[in-house]
Design a protein around this ligand. Sequence first.
Ligand code: SF4
Ligand code: SF4
Length: 339
Amino acid sequence: MLQKRSFKKIYKNYLEFFAADHCVLKCWQCANFSNVNYPKIAKLATFCKDLKTLAKIMHVETLRFCGGEPLLNNEIVKFIKVAREINFAYTIGLCTNGILLKDVDDELFSQIDYLNVSLYPLSNYRNLKIERDSIIKIAKIKRKKYKFFLKFFEFYCFKPWRYSYVDLPINNSPLVKRIYAACSRAKNCHTIYDGYYYKCAMPIYLRRYLINMQISSKNILNYEKIDGVPLHQPDLYNRLITYLNSDVPLKACNYCLGTSGKNMRIKQVSMKELKDSKTKKINMIEDLLDISKLRESEKNASVARSRSLKQMGILKKINKGIDKDALIRTVGLRDVDSF
Ligand code: SF4
Ligand code: SF4
């Protein structure tokens, strides 16, 4: 289902959309706080309005519906159809933990280009009355019938699960800046949510988490507004370019390990359990940052940036229709391999 490319827009390789905030699983340190989020389903009208506005100035290679668990949204097929009508992305996919696949109407599978299924250790499926093998089987049957691209992501007990956030602010600005600069989510996990564009999920959910955890009410900011770009105000193109190119960490980064957290054992923990715990453990940066992973990511980010700059030199010569200024300004923020 590849669609015609349109240039003269900001071009990104990937954007994700959270069709539901909550999830059937409750993975501790879920980067989207889905284990501790109250149930909330995205509204089709809001998505439609936001995407139409964004599509005027941006085009993406792939749009992925995720969450939370996107299959908790009964209107998920309508969301996909809207994205197709708007012609926002070349490919459209969905990422699920697979638990609800057995209940999904087949129309969904006829609408997607690819399906990602995250698989967890067997213990995660306890009490859900589902076998991990049956998730794999259903996905493969649907793939055979509807010919979408299928990929499983295996999450083992320790790897590749990492701590995502901390409970108290990191009072070390240079370190926050390093974590942000090395954070692959800041470059790859952009999203839109209730009228705003974000670099990651943290600003959307952090305030709710901190308030609910009742650790400290001091310095809790309105990250949803401060760390995002409002979509329905004038001059979106230039405001978004400035945001994408900024090397200043988000305010939410003060509580975040980005993609440099230590490996951890996946376990299921709800907000109720976290709050009820008599020996509530406060997650601190000193305990949870993987400094060698941070150094490795910093090195990779630097190599990727020089490679992108090199490619840009070639691209500038061959892509006459591209908004070159926008490309140059966004270099380093995305993979240009796809051109
Ligand atoms: S399966 Fe786990 S990691 Fe994925 S959205 Fe649900 S709670 Fe988060
Ligand atoms: S809050 Fe900052 S460090 Fe954390 S995922 Fe977002 S951009 Fe990365």
